[in-house]
Design a binder for this molecule. Structure first.
Ligand SMILES: NC(=O)c1ccc[n+]([C@@H]2O[C@H](COP(=O)([O-])OP(=O)(O)OC[C@H]3O[C@@H](n4cnc5c(N)ncnc54)[C@H](OP(=O)(O)O)[C@@H]3O)[C@@H](O)[C@H]2O)c1
Length: 428
């Protein structure tokens, strides 16, 4: 069995490609069902965020397993595999394990050290179990990665400053306009990212903030969290009117198609009216054609890279501290994994020797006669058990202690050959 991850991220694919491969939560069940229906995928977990889509698998045939995931990605995105491939990365076993740890710790994020990813990894773990994609091996891997992520957040200072995609977007807006207090700001959406937008906008001095959301209750809930700042709540149906009265618009909804495009803007904006749009959604909420309008400037998540670069330098040192923690967690997973590999050989050997012991014991007891057997059975039983355990003790300890994968496999093969064992790999 091998662990592999196939995916794409902000490091390998632009947002135009990433949004085609975003798997929203309601589609996770069917995606997992399709992936587990392939012949070489034994376990699967799907991590889909604005920065990445990663499919973790456990497979007995790595090459086939990876081909099946790639086929799935091609079908799902409706992109030819040949053009998709240039954006994909693939990592195997130790590299896949380390990658998952780095992702959970926020070290692979666009905004280094952002905290949202840990909750997203947790959700992936939950959904993977709920829809029967995650079994023994991925379960252990996700638990270890979540431990790693939590340790990095509590034992290093990488999470200080509450950085997120939202804070980076506000930072970019601040750089562009300088005086946020004078700007009329609108936010489309009232979810987690919108809440962070409001928080950072307020901290940068914004005073005129309007929230537009599909459901009014969620927007009111958001407003309640900022009792000291009046927030104007509007229904999404008022979107174009509110936009026409705004200088800056942030979009952070989970809509799967653009909700704003050139045609809609043209209808409400005066020809000389300027507008800045900051879209942190993936799939994007703002159609790329808005850039054709002379006075509209639109930015998406990939445009945050410039802001993030400054943040990166100051956090790089903290990331180095975090890497040490990740090494420990990878090692802990590896020890478990190695012990798993030896389980089938050890249990086969035990079964074989135990069967011999029972047969020989039975023969000896029948030769000794029923009177002797009844009187001394316990002692003889304990004697044979003791001999078997003592003989098996050293080979088992030695086998488990083999650190080197190849040396361990050679030991197992030798044991299987010498004792004529038929050790099928078992992981459950
Ligand atoms: N979470 C992150 O770490 C993160 C980071 C960067 C970017 N993003 C991106 O930011 C966006 C929002 O993420 P989130 O975590 O804030 O999500 P969330 O907490 O689940 O909130 C989703 C928001 O989108 C609205 N919405 C959903 N479907 C809609 C539709 N069809 N039309 C209009 N509004 C709709 C919801 O409105 P109702 O209240 O009416 O349901 C809600 O306000 C997503 O595109 C995500 O990929 C997320």
């Amino acid at each position: 069995m091998n662990i592999a991850v196939v995916g794409l991220s902000h490091k390998t694919a632009p947002v135009e490609i990433r949004e085609k491969l975003s798997i929203p939560e309601p589609q996770t069940e069917s995606a997992i069902a399709q992936l587990t229906s392939y012949p070489h995928i034994d376990e699967v977990a799907i991590l889909s965020t604005c920065n990445r889509l990663e499919i973790y698998i456990v497979t007995s045939e790595t090459e086939h397993g990876i081909r099946e995931v790639t086929q799935f990605l091609g079908e799902y995105s409706k992109l030819p595999v040949i053009s998709l491939r240039q954006h994909l990365f693939m990592l195997l076993h130790e590299d896949a394990v380390m990658h998952m740890m780095r992702v959970a710790a926020g070290l692979d994020s666009l905004v280094l050290g952002e905290g949202q990813i840990l909750a997203q990894v947790k959700n992936t773990h939950k959904l993977g179990q709920q829809y029967n994609g995650i079994k023994t091996i991925l379960n252990r891997l996700f638990k270890q990665a979540l431990t790693a992520g939590k340790r990095v957040r509590t034992e290093t200072s990488i999470g200080t400053g509450a950085v997120s995609i939202s804070s980076a977007a506000v930072e970019l807006a601040h750089m562009k306009v300088e005086n946020l207090a004078a700007c009329r700001v609108a936010i489309l959406g009232a979810g987690k990212m919108s809440r962070l937008l409001v928080q950072h906008l307020i901290s940068k001095g914004a005073q005129q903030i309007r929230i537009l959301n599909r459901s009014r209750d969620r927007a009111l809930e958001l407003a309640k969290q900022f009792p000291d700042q009046p927030l104007d709540i509007q229904p999404l149906s008022e979107m174009m009117t509110v936009i026409s009265q705004s200088d800056i618009v942030f979009t952070s909804t989970s809509a799967t198609d653009p909700i704003l495009d050139r045609a809609k803007l043209e209808m409400v904006l005066e020809p000389s009216q300027s507008l800045m749009l900051f879209d942190i959604s993936v799939p994007r909420n703002v159609h790329a054609d808005v850039n054709e309008l002379a006075n509209v400037k639109a930015f998406n998540v990939d445009d945050l890279k410039a802001v993030v670069a400054q943040n990166y330098e100051s956090r790089r040192k903290m990331a180095q501290e975090a890497e040490k923690i990740l090494d420990e967690e990878v090692e802990a997973f590896d020890v478990w994994w190695r012990s798993l590999e030896t389980v089938s050989t050890i249990s086969c050997l035990r079964n074989k020797v135990e069967t011999i012991r029972e047969q020989e014991l039975e023969k000896a007891l029948s030769r000794l006669g029923s009177e002797f057997a009844e009187k001394h059975q316990e002692v003889i039983e304990a004697l044979t058990r003791g001999i078997v355990n003592k003989i098996l003790h050293d080979p088992m300890v030695q086998l488990r202690a083999q650190q080197d994968v190849e040396a361990r496999r050679r030991c197992m093969q030798t044991l299987q050959m010498l004792f004529n064992l038929d050790a099928e790999e078992q992981f459950s």
